[in-house]
Ligand binder design. Structure first.
Ligand SMILES: C[S@@+](CC[C@H](N)C(=O)[O-])C[C@H]1O[C@@H](n2cnc3c(N)ncnc32)[C@H](O)[C@@H]1O
Length: 565
């Protein structure tokens, strides 16, 4: 059967449901076999079925009436999903699950979000900068956050046909660019990926909702044409210039120190709460205005203009998390206050470190955050728990493995994301090695002969399902290279007796002034990470860094004793 699968919750309201989560994490617009189709059909989940190669072989006819009735009325053809939004039975404005972070490609999650349900969308997507962005976690620890290089592949072909079904004009624009550029990689591939997602964002936005598209000069002019077609030129509201100062300036051009934020409504009913800013007065001859004074002089408040001078998150900023392209809280505060009210729903489909989510939570808005990396989900989670004071039960995380089978699926489909997930799960700092694999680093302090010393634990994901001797060799090599002292092998399956002995044979280290003997090499299974995280994260030394590299010796935990379990 030539089908592409995209799973949708059957009533649009159950995105927290375990079965739906699993199905969503398995979906991702891929081809499915007849057996898998039957299996999912049997589970009672709704399906979005997009037929590949439409028009050549009458593929929609392959979904038989029995299939349709068997899978409820939630089967959509590509055309129905993308073009017939008005009759879309995902319209569940009241039921849309919020306060949720979704791991995965946002195209899948966006398709499952209820129509007309979101008050405000802020997106800060990749800009087609042709760069790879790294997270830096302090010291030498860093790992790839996301890749902003664009190639045309079969996804782009599929998306072009979805776009053509929805809007001939938008398709014509992208097609014209393909002809003008005479290549498909780079900008055309990027704009196609953006357009198909912007169509979904238009669908989920409420009638009085607003979308803020944050980009830079690389593609803002091309995206504005696409936005005019998707949201309507008449719904264009503002081009905000975010102006900042940052180190480094070209000697060949004027220094490029601004980003562009394109603002669109969905209709002419767009909600807007005017914001005020200070305006300093040179001469005081005005009547009937209230004047204030600060250390820069006299000022009054005026309606905010569209050029915003806000500092970037600098190297020494308290906001800084090491996530590349992290946006300042002050920027998101303006946007969220201007275009939403308390209780409104804010969506960030490219959430990164989670700035939008933190600000939305702080300002009493509901929120949904999507990202395709585990770094981003972990970073946002720690902002919500540490900065907003939320307990982990107070919000939901979807798409992150919740049982060993789901972890195995991630291992099979995306080894890098599996490695990132596993090392973040034991609260280690992800670090990318030369062979592009992710290991975990966990700095700790210890007392030896009554002196404080700094050291590191190294976490390595095993190459196969369970540890093998070659993993021990690699771990020992990485301990040497990273100047660590203690090492952990992480694997999907349990360690057998032979390997347990091999690990024990590597000896012990003496910690806490000789009061504790710890095995130098140890093993942690995925089951431990999922079912007993406190034990998997247990560490018998002062932990002097948190997962995102903020070194704060006042926050030391697990001081020389296992944590309470
Ligand atoms: C520029 S960063 C966002 C930074 C964010 N505004 C902040 O303040 O930290 C872009 C993010 O989009 C994510 N991303 C890229 N493609 C994605 C996709 N298809 N689905 C979901 N997230 C994606 C990347 O992983 C990255 O975290």
């Amino acid at each position: 059967m030539d089908l592409l699968l995209n799973v949708l919750p059957s009533d649009g309201s159950t995105m927290g449901n375990q079965a739906v989560r699993e199905a969503m994490s398995r979906s991702a617009d891929r081809q499915i076999s007849e057996e898998e189709y039957e299996e999912i059909k049997g589970s009672g989940l709704a399906l979005g079925l997009v037929v590949k190669g439409r028009g050549r072989g009458g593929s929609i006819a392959r979904i038989t009436p029995e299939m349709r009735s068997g899978v409820t009325n939630d089967i959509y053809s590509a055309k129905e999903v993308s073009a017939d939004h008005k009759n879309d039975n995902r319209e569940t404005t009241e039921k849309q699950q919020t306060r949720t972070l979704y791991y995965g490609d946002n195209i899948n999650t966006l398709r499952a979000i209820a129509t007309n349900s979101v008050n405000l969308i802020y997106l800060d997507p990749p800009y087609n900068s042709k760069r790879v962005y790294n997270c830096s976690f302090g010291g030498n620890a860093q790992a790839k956050a996301f890749d902003d290089n664009w190639r045309w592949d079969h996804d782009q072909d599929n998306w072009m046909s979805v776009i053509r079904d929805h809007s001939k004009e938008l398709w014509g624009y992208l097609d014209a660019l393909l002809k003008i550029f005479k290549r498909r990689d780079g900008l055309p591939a990027y704009l196609t990926a953006m357009s198909v997602r912007l169509l979904e964002m238009h669908r989920v936005l409420k009638e009085d909702g607003t979308i803020y598209l944050h980009v830079d000069q690389t593609a803002s002019h091309y995206l504005k044409v696409a936005m005019d077609q998707i949201f309507g030129g008449e719904n264009f509201r503002n081009e905000i210039i975010w102006s900042y100062k940052s180190g480094g300036a070209s000697k060949k051009n004027f220094a490029k120190k601004h980003d562009t934020i394109l603002v669109y409504g969905k209709t002419d009913k767009t909600k807007f709460n005017p914001q005020k800013e200070k305006s300093y007065i040179q001469q005081c001859g005005f009547k009937n205005i209230e004047l204030y004074q600060d250390d820069q002089g006299w000022f009054t408040f005026v309606n905010m203009r569209d050029v915003w001078q806000i500092d970037m998150v600098g190297r020494t900023s308290r906001e800084r998390l090491g996530y590349p392209t992290q946006k300042p809280i002050a920027l998101l505060e303006r946007i969220i206050k201007a275009s939403s009210d308390p209780g409104d729903l804010v969506l960030d489909p490219y959430m990164g470190s989670g700035t939008t989510i933190e600000v939305a939570e702080t300002l009493g808005r509901s929120w949904i955050g999507l990202d395709v990396t585990h770094h981003a989900v972990a970073c946002t989670t720690s902002r919500l728990t540490e900065r907003c004071g939320l307990a982990e039960e107070e919000f939901d995380i979807v798409g992150v493995p919740e049982d060993v089978d789901a972890a195995k699926h991630l291992w099979e489909t995306d080894r890098t994301q599996f490695e990132a997930w596993a090392v973040l799960g034991v609260h280690a700092i992800p670090h990318q090695t030369k062979d592009e694999r992710i290991i975990g680093l966990r700095p700790f302090s210890d007392i030896r002969e009554s002196r404080l010393i700094e050291s590191k634990a190294i976490y390595v994901v095993c190459k196969h399902l369970r540890p093998e001797l070659s993993d021990i060799v690699r771990l020992k090599g990485l301990i040497r290279e990273q100047e660590g002292e203690i090492g952990f092998l992480l694997s999907l399956e349990e360690c057998d007796d032979k390997m347990a002995r091999a690990l024990a044979d590597e000896g012990t280290i003496s910690q806490n002034n000789g009061k504790i003997q710890n095995q130098r090499l140890q093993h942690i299974s995925v089951r431990d990470i999922i079912e007993n995280p406190a034990s998997a994260r247990r560490f018998f030394c002062m932990e002097r860094s948190k997962i995102h590299g903020r070194v704060d010796t006042t926050e030391q935990i697990g001081l020389f004793s296992p944590p309470e379990e």
